[in-house]
Design a protein around this ligand. Structure first.
Ligand code: ZN
Length: 184
């Protein structure tokens, strides 16, 4: 798992740089470089949310410092290996308004021999509304998660290994604890 832990840690560090850049950088070239670091860790074609327009409103800049202060390094709660080259990272959020929640997971695979995020997924909103992962769920067919745009729908298969991490802030919501408890 070491290579996967290192990969995820490098991503979380890159996100910190990207977020700081997003809320502070007014130079177009520096913005493009700083913001794109974590994006390079995703397979080509998978959409991410790291971008920012060059020109932002006065309102954006007025609240930028405050918004940035609300963000922290994204916590990693668990890595789950499903196959030789498929590991899923269960993580929290950077925005402290989402502390305690777990609603996204990131699928790591190999692309041309290199580790990349080949998919990231959100909790299926239909399942959440119904309170259970249902095989008859029309949106996710029982997966419980729906892939983000451009993501592969990776067949995960059986769990081989689970590694848990005590990271701050901890996962605390009933849904987050249920997800982590069900990993095996
Ligand atoms: Zn569903």
């Amino acid at each position: 798992m070491k290579a996967y832990i290192d990969f995820v840690d490098a991503w979380l560090d890159a996100e910190v740089v990207s977020t700081r850049t997003k809320y502070t950088e007014r130079d177009m070239v520096k913005l493009a470089i700083g913001i794109s670091k974590p994006k390079k860790m995703f397979k080509k074609g998978v959409e991410t949310t790291y971008g920012r327009s060059f020109k932002m409103s006065d309102a954006f800049w007025e609240s930028a410092e405050e918004t940035l202060a609300r963000h922290h390094r994204r916590p990693l709660y668990a890595l789950v290996r499903h196959a030789a080259d498929i590991v899923v990272a269960y993580v929290g959020y950077q925005d402290s308004q989402m502390d305690g929640h777990l609603g996204q997971r990131y699928v790591i695979g190999r692309v041309d021999g290199e580790l990349k995020f080949v998919a990231w997924e959100s909790r299926c909103s239909t399942c959440v509304a119904q309170g259970a992962d249902s095989p008859s769920c029309s949106e996710c067919q029982g997966r419980g998660w729906t892939p983000y745009r451009g993501s592969d729908r990776v067949v995960l298969g059986d769990v081989i290994e689970v590694e848990r991490f005590e990271r701050s802030p901890p996962a605390t919501t009933p849904s987050a604890l249920q997800i982590l408890g069900s990993l095996g």
